[in-house]
Ligand binder design. Structure first.
Ligand SMILES: NC(=O)c1ccc[n+]([C@@H]2O[C@H](COP(=O)([O-])OP(=O)(O)OC[C@H]3O[C@@H](n4cnc5c(N)ncnc54)[C@H](OP(=O)(O)O)[C@@H]3O)[C@@H](O)[C@H]2O)c1
Length: 279
């Protein structure tokens, strides 16, 4: 069984980015927008700024109060769109309920949409011509390629159909010539679907949901979930102990998919900076 070490791959990718940036004349800059004081969102934004610092990407943070209006968020995004020194814009989700999330996502210039959530970028991805790919599924594709995991002709099952993970993951797997099934809370015979998978990606947000007897012998299992177990310990969607007995390769939580999300965000930001510099 191969333990897919996302932490190591992520560190390697970040080091390569750092070298590339320091050897170039490009000054990439990522802007984050956070609304309110949700501790988890604050933590994610801090981690992103820290990664920027690690690789030599400038980062700027726009912090808006929890009671700000949709128009105020749109105005902040609009300023960043027209700021030539900013290459990537990341609006930390979720936004407070009263803010129109769709309008905000659509306001980000597709050319600076390093999260890959703008309908233009989602459309490009589903058309098989990806430009900016959402960071979590993008990072998972990097893991497949780094570990030489063949996808062509394989049966892939993605559990979860969110716009940030499940759907773009399915599109990327289709683009890589896998045969893809997307499951969700209304799926009938979910366990049978899971047992049919050569490649199983779980993105549902339910602690230790995927057990060993739901996984095909030799499957590659990717655990996107970030949950807490009964002892408040961080865990994924996958019951690692039972699934590792069946899988040929598996990502741990922590240290699997999570670090790859950040590395991909840095890569997307550099890509945007190069594109804006016509490189
Ligand atoms: N590692 C990372 O970098 C990273 C990044 C993003 C998210 N995550 C984690 O990944 C997990 C999923 O995130 P998300 O944003 O995709 O979540 P989400 O928007 O809540 O979507 C969850 C999906 O799982 C499906 N689902 C829920 N319970 C299910 C069940 N019992 N059986 C089958 N399907 C079920 C839902 O189905 P319906 O559509 O029918 O409701 C939905 O499609 C969370 O734990 C999140 O924290 C990790």
């Amino acid at each position: 069984m191969i333990l897919i070490n996302g932490k190591e791959i992520s560190e390697n990718r970040l080091s390569a980015l750092k070298e590339e940036i320091s050897a170039s004349a490009i000054n990439p800059c990522l802007a984050t927008v956070i609304v309110g004081e949700d501790p988890a969102s604050q933590m994610y934004v801090r981690m992103k700024h820290k990664a920027c610092e690690q690789v030599g990407i400038k980062s700027v943070g726009v912090v808006l109060p929890a009671d700000c209006t949709t128009e105020e968020v749109l105005s902040a995004v609009s300023k960043l769109n027209s700021d030539g020194s900013v290459h990537g814009i990341l609006v930390q989700l979720p936004l407070p309920k009263h803010v129109d999330t769709e309008a905000v996502i659509e306001a980000v210039s597709p050319e600076k949409d390093v999260d890959g959530f703008h309908p233009y970028n989602i459309g490009q991805l589903f058309s098989g011509r990806p430009e900016y790919v959402p960071c979590t599924p993008g990072g998972i594709m990097t893991l497949f390629s780094e570990y030489g995991i063949e996808l062509s002709g394989k049966k892939a099952v993605v559990i979860g159909r969110s716009v940030d993970v499940g759907r773009p993951m399915a599109a990327l797997l289709i683009n890589a010539d896998a045969t893809v099934t997307v499951c969700h809370s209304r799926t009938k015979n979910l366990e049978d679907e899971m047992r049919s998978a050569d490649i199983l990606v779980s993105a549902i947000g339910k602690a230790k949901f995927v057990k060993g007897d739901m996984v095909k012998e030799g499957a590659v299992v990717i655990d996107v979930g970030i949950n807490q177990d009964e002892n408040n310990k961080l865990c994924g969607d996958v019951d690692f102990e039972s699934v590792k007995e069946k899988a040929s390769a598996i990502t741990p939580v922590p240290g699997g998919v999570g670090p790859m999300t950040i590395a991909t965000l840095m890569e997307n930001t550099l890509k945007s900076a190069k594109m804006h510099a016509n490189l």
